[in-house]
Every structure is written in structure tokens, then in C-alpha cells.
Design a protein around this ligand. Structure first.
Ligand code: GTP
Ligand code: CDP
Ligand code: MG
Length: 194
């Protein structure tokens, strides 16, 4: 079962909240046909289902904290298996959030071939999320939760980048530029994989 996805290309897409991970992933899907799995979207779908587990997740996400590791990892794994027959590669967006999440992913699923590090300044991310919050309906796109998400990003997620840098698979992408210019850099990184 998990064997099916062992040979697939796995790309981690990591960056702060509102750095533009989702935006770039959509463009990668359109050009390369990869399967996009946003850990945040998977969690929000569970919340929307109204399940008991969803209610617990909602409370954690509203505070900008991290949900238990196993919960996210199981969701990602199930979603990967569901697409195993048709997938050219996987974009794992918003995961790992901490080094331990990366280690567990590798134990249960496989190793990433590339980590796209979507990098924007803190103030840029806050500005984008406040703007997105005007229309997104996301409960965590508010000033207080954004600040917590950002703090947690610097504390827990930036070490993930250092961890994979040692392996030489990190490509840092400056996402202060306009979307299409950012994508031009992303394309180069993906093309290197072939
Ligand atoms: N100028 C500029 N704006 C961008 C870029 N990428 C995204 N944005 C804007 O920033 C906002 C956040 O982008 P998302 O792609 O949703 O960010 P994300 O990293 O997926 O954020 P989370 O869902 O919070 O993880 C969007 O509303 C975009 O309009 C970019 O490369 N340049
Ligand atoms: N791997 C993950 C991904 C998301 N989450 C939770 O889901 C929320 C939204 O995640 P997201 O990736 O859509 O958004 P950002 O936090 O990057 O803005 C996070 O703030 C966490 O509460 C998590 O706990 N673990
Ligand atoms: Mg996103």
C-alpha cells in the first residue's frame, strides 16, 4: 500500500503563514500535474465535516497552535495513497511544521526530493494575511492568531529548513516578488528534479 508512493517524487513546501505556499502550489499543479496536498486544507475539511475530531481541531487551529502530529500525518498519508495510481509527484504544503513531523513522515512514507522554502518578510506575511482575512472566512486570519502563527513558525518551523539544508535539498524562493516572478524561480527548482 505505502509501497506505491515510495517511488513518487515528494516535494515539501515550507514557509511562514501567508508566504504564498498555496499560490505557488496551484501554479505547480497547473504546469506539472503534481498532486497538491495542503495540510491546512485537509484539517479545514475535517473541521467542515462537523465531526467530533473536527471540533477539537478547530479549537487548536483558532489559537494558531499545532494539531497533534499523528492526526496530520495520517491525513496526508491517506490522501497520498488515494492518489497513488495517478500521481506524478506530491506537493506537501504546510508540512513539516517542526523537525519531528519531518522525521515521522520519512519513517512512515518516504524522503522528500526537494524542499521549496517560500520566504517572505514577517511584515509582508502579516499584511497579506490581514488582506486575505477580509474575504477568506478563515477563523485564523485575524491579527491575534496571525501573530501566534508567525511566532510558532520562527520557533518550530525554521529549524526544519536548517535540518534539510544539511541534505542539500532546500531551494530558497524569494516570495516578495510578484507571483509570476516567484513562479519562474520555482519552475527552475522543479525542473532540476527531472
Ligand atoms: N505580491 C505577492 N503576493 C502574494 C504572493 N503569493 C501570495 N500572495 C498573496 O498572499 C496571500 C497569501 O497567499 P497564500 O498562497 O494563501 O499563502 P499560504 O502560504 O498558503 O498561507 P497559509 O494558507 O496561511 O499557509 C494571498 O492572498 C495572495 O494574494 C506573491 O508571490 N507575491
Ligand atoms: N502540519 C500542520 C498544518 C496546519 N496545522 C494547523 O492548521 C493551521 C492552518 O495551517 P495552514 O498551513 O493552512 O496556514 P498557515 O498557518 O501556514 O497560515 C495552523 O495554524 C495549525 O493550527 C497544523 O497544526 N499542522
Ligand atoms: Mg495555504
Amino acid at each position: 500500500m505505502a509501497d506505491k508512493i515510495k517511488n513518487a517524487k515528494i516535494v515539501f513546501v515550507v514557509g511562514g503563514p501567508g508566504s504564498g505556499k498555496g499560490t505557488q502550489c496551484e501554479k505547480i499543479v497547473a504546469k506539472y500535474g503534481y498532486t497538491h496536498l495542503s495540510s491546512g486544507d485537509l484539517l479545514r475539511a475535517e473541521v467542515a465535516s462537523g465531526s467530533e475530531r473536527g471540533k477539537q481541531l478547530q479549537a487548536i487551529m483558532q489559537k494558531g497552535e499545532l494539531v497533534p502530529l499523528d492526526t496530520v500525518l495520517d491525513m496526508i498519508k491517506d490522501a497520498m495513497i488515494a492518489k497513488a495510481d495517478v500521481s506524478k509527484g506530491y506537493l506537501i504544503d504546510g508540512y513539516p511544521r517542526e523537525v519531528k513531523q519531518g522525521e515521522e513522515f520519512e519513517k512512515k512514507i518516504g524522503a522528500p526530493a526537494l524542499l521549496l522554502y517560500i520566504d517572505a518578510k514577517g511584515e509582508t506575511m502579516v499584511k497579506r494575511l490581514m488582506k486575505r482575512g477580509e474575504t477568506s472566512g478563515r477563523a485564523d486570519d485575524n491579527e491575534e492568531t496571525i501573530k501566534k502563527r508567525l511566532d510558532l513558525y520562527y520557533k518550530a518551523t525554521e529549524p526544519v529548513i536548517a535540518f534539510y539544508e544539511q541534505r542539500g535539498i532546500v531551494r530558497k524562493i524569494n516570495s516578495e516578488l510578484p507571483v509570476d516572478e516567484v513562479f519562474a524561480i520555482v519552475e527552475k527548482a522543479i525542473d532540476e528534479l527531472k
